[in-house]
Design a binder for this molecule. Structure first.
Ligand SMILES: C[S@@+](CC[C@H](N)C(=O)[O-])C[C@H]1O[C@@H](n2cnc3c(N)ncnc32)[C@H](O)[C@@H]1O
Length: 212
C-alpha cells in the first residue's frame, strides 16, 4: 500500500533540503557494493532526524540499525563538536561500506560503531542518551522500545522508523507487521510519554519521554 500519494511524496521530497555531498557519496558507494539499498532512511526521514537532533540540543545519540550509515551521518551533522553517536549494526558487510565515511572529519570523533546483535549490545552500554533512533529488525521492535526506555534521559526522544510497514500494520499480515503493531500499542498505552505518529514515507513515530 502506498502510504502517501506518489505525486505528493515526490512533491514534498522536492521541497526538502538536498543531502550533503558526503551522503551522496555514501549512497553511491552503497549502490556500487550492494544489490539493494532500499533500507536507507532517505532524504526526508534523514532530514527529520537531523532537525530533531538540532532542535532538541541532543548531545548523546544511540542508533539501532546502521546499514551503511545514512541516518548516522545525518544525525551526527547536527551534533555539537563534543557530541557522540553510538550506532549498532550486526552485518559486517555494511560496516565495510560505512567505516571509511565514519573515519572522515568531523565524524571520526563523533561516531562510534558497535558490531553485533543490538539486543545484546544495548544492555551493556552504560550511558544514557538524549535521542535514540530505532531502525533494526522489525520483529524485535517491542523489545527495542523496552530497552530504549531504560537508556533514554528524561525529556529525551525515541524516534522509530517503519511504524506503518507498507500499511501492513492495519491487518497485521505477517510477523513483522504484528510486532510493529504490538509496539505501536505499547507506545500508545505508555503513560510516561507523548507520541506523534507521522505518515512520512513508511511511517515515523516520535516519542517524547515525559517522566521515568
Ligand atoms: C533499515 S536498516 C537501517 C537503515 C539505516 N538506519 C539508514 O538510514 O541507512 C536496518 C539495519 O539493521 C540491521 N540489523 C537488523 N537486526 C539487527 C540486530 N539484531 N542488531 C543489529 N543490527 C541489526 C540490519 O543489518 C540493517 O543494516
Amino acid at each position: 500500500m502506498e502510504i502517501t500519494n506518489k505525486q505528493i511524496a515526490e512533491y514534498t521530497e522536492s521541497f526538502t533540503s538536498e543531502e550533503p555531498e558526503i551522503i551522496k557519496q555514501l549512497v553511491k558507494a552503497s549502490e556500487n557494493d550492494l544489490q539493494h539499498v532500499d533500507m536507507l532512511s532517505g532524504r526526508q526521514t534523514g532530514l527529520l532526524l537531523k532537525m530533531l537532533v538540532a532542535i532538541s540540543g541532543s548531545k548523546r545519540v544511540l542508533e539501532v540499525g546502521t546499514f551503511t550509515g545514512y541516518s548516522a551521518i545525518m544525525m551526527a551533522d547536527a551534533l555539537p563538536d563534543d557530541g557522540e553517536l553510538i550506532t549498532c549494526e550486526m552485518n559486517e558487510r555494511y560496516q565495510i561500506i560505512s567505516e571509511p565515511f565514519f573515519s572522515k572529519e568531523p565524524y571520526r570523533n563523533k561516531i562510534s560503531q558497535k558490531l553485533g546483535n543490538a539486543l545484546d549490545l544495548i544492555p551493556k552500554i552504560e550511558r544514557k542518551f538524549d535521542l535514540i533512533f530505532l531502525d533494526a529488525d522489525k520483529v524485535n521492535y517491542p523489545e527495542y522500545y523496552r530497552l530504549a526506555k531504560t537508556k533514554i534521559n528524561s525529556g529525551g526522544l525515541i524516534v522509530i522508523d517503519n511504524v506503518l510497514w507498507d500499511g501492513d500494520v492495519l491487518e497485521k499480515k505477517n510477523r513483522k507487521a504484528a510486532a510493529i503493531h504490538q509496539m505501536n500499542e505499547i507506545i500508545r498505552d505508555d503513560k510516561e510519554v507523548e507520541q506523534l505518529m507521522l505518515p512520512l514515507r513508511d511511517g515515523v513515530t516520535i516519542v517524547r519521554v515525559l517522566r521515568k
